[in-house]
Design a protein around this ligand. Sequence first.
Ligand code: K2U
Ligand code: ZN
Length: 175
Amino acid sequence: MAIRDILIVPNPQLKQVSKPVERVDDETRALMDDMLETMYDAPGIGLAAIQVGIPLRIIVMDLAGKDEDPAPQFFVNPQILEDVEDLLPWEEGCLSVPDYYEEVERPRRVKIRYLDYDGKEVIEWAEELYAVCIQHEMDHLNGVLFIDHLSRLKRQRAIRKVQKTVREKALDAAE
Ligand code: K2U
Ligand code: ZN
């Protein structure tokens, strides 16, 4: 397993639409293992393959709390089959938009279909944090960041803030 670099805005690769996986094989599983290790190291609770520069429709997640056993989840070629009108506001962050948080509203429940780590089809409803996170990650697969749901002014402010933080961290590292 390996920890991979996470792409940061405004890297144009993050705007790519990722392609479906043709077959869940050992190469796919090796990538998912790397993604999971990268996510835990960040730390985060979700990660899309495009965030480590691989334009494939793959997501990993682990919503287990700090005091719970890890509960890794793997999603290949995920699709939203149904959603509900009721929206859930949630203060979101993103490993590709570090240190920036804003409220986003998304459907409170979504019915999803995906292939798991072994390529088996799963169909289930996601709600609350699971619904928020899977929709956030599936946005990544379509080249959409959570800041794209914000006003133009807030989005530009977020990118400027991240670029300033990245510059400051680079200067600190150079000293
Ligand atoms: O896509 C990502 O960068 C992963 C996000 C997933 C996420 C976004 C919004 C709301 C919940 C999850 C990162 O995990 S953001 C960091 C984080 C860590 C713990 C809890 C919430 C967010
Ligand atoms: Zn994200």
